[in-house]
Ligand binder design. Sequence first.
Ligand code: IPE
Ligand code: IPE
Ligand code: MG
Length: 268
Amino acid sequence: MAGESETVTLLGTGPAETAQAAGKAAGPVPGAPLPTHVAIIMDGNGRWAARRGLPRVEGHRRGVEAVRRTVRAAIDLGIPYLTVYGFSSENWRRPPAEVADLMGLLKLFVRRDLAELHANGVRVRIIGEREGLAPDIAALLREAEERTAHNTRLTLVVAFNYGGRQEILRAVRTLAAAVADGRLGPDAIGVEAFSAALDTDGIPDPDLVIRTSGEQRVSNFLTWQTAYAEFVFIPDFWPDFDHATFAAAIGEYQSRERRFGGLSARAG
Ligand code: IPE
Ligand code: IPE
Ligand code: MG
């Protein structure tokens, strides 16, 4: 038995180490389960630009290109759910000019890319607070969701004006109102009912969360949903994220053993 576990461990880490030693990024391990849902905290646009003496907005523009690449990579790798953190509830604290740049880029992205996303079978879902958004942005987000609602190849979840705590509070208010007017008993509020009251209703919890730029924090992202997610932190700035980096993060995910509070399947 002990010998068998050792073999499994070696098989799990061996190919990745060999690829790294050869100077190549390790990719997905054939036969190992892929994550169903990958969620990405796209960080480091500003620093990418600053390193080059460019304005921050140039980093955000290149960040949008990285989103396009990542959507294609997700389809290519066979990942069914991809979430990208586009704008947090706290990002309103940035200078108004940068907020305006980010809003402008979102509009541009939807206008330019929606047809292609739709043609490629991508279903778009938006999570986050809609109230308080500019009417033209709210309308574009609605259009993106409605037009692509029946696509099945990849679900692209865009977290926009999103905060995990704010989302939880909105869900609590919805459920509290249902209890207050007698539609729901307090005991009916379990994990399933609560999940269904969140913006991510119907979307499986993320298996893998990737954050770029070297920061190792969650910044109010998918607070409820990441209870058992695996985290991979990547030193590259978001505009440099590509297929190889994505594939390497998936390889890293596949080398992990998820236990969900149970015992190791590898324990002898
Ligand atoms: C991520 O890049 C994009 C958003 C948060 C909207 P940043 O703008 O946070 O870039 P850094 O972290 O300042 O480098
Ligand atoms: C998180 O990045 C939000 C998005 C990627 C949209 P931030 O750059 O806003 O996070 P902090 O401020 O460094 O925690
Ligand atoms: Mg940042």
